[in-house]
Write a protein that binds this ligand. Sequence first.
Ligand SMILES: [Zn+2]
Ligand SMILES: [Zn+2]
Length: 196
Amino acid sequence: MTNTTPRLTGGCQCGAVRYAVTAEPEKPSICHCRMCQKAFGAYYAPLASVKKAAFEWTRGEPARFRSSSLVSRGFCALCGTPLTYEFHGVPAPGSDAADAVRHGEAPEAVASSPGFAAHDEVAFSLGSLDDPTLVPPVIQYGIEARMPWLASLDRLPGNITEDDMPEGAMEALVSYQHPDQDTADWPPASDEKAAR
Ligand SMILES: [Zn+2]
Ligand SMILES: [Zn+2]
């Protein structure tokens, strides 16, 4: 896929891990399930799937936490940004692969056991996109755990960021967040951090 123009790019807050997506994301969603709430430290997780062949790590690799026997979640080991939800696949009931899951074998061991149907998609976090406005959600999952007051969030009073900062803070602020685009080198070679 090296000659394919990325449709979408994104990455973690610190810039150590970056990715590119070369296919239209399938079923962009928000998931309210309790596992996604914990994994994102948020009320819900925005995610969309693509075939693994259409997803590429362009800088670094995430660390992974295996949140269940079938799922690993990728995140930046340096800054903590949640990046992926990786469903490994389904073991056929009674198969060696099902045994491997029951005995707590690693995903790789499960995947190499007879009776394992590999999942060929990876889901990535939509808030980590360089432009999250491009992929609006079309469905909700895990609604059994949806916050009871979620629908009323829109009616809360709201401030823009500047209004919330102490006097002079915006002028003094230097952001170390990676910019919302690919960069040749990061952090920048000069002493001066990117002023954004
Ligand atoms: Zn990072
Ligand atoms: Zn979930």
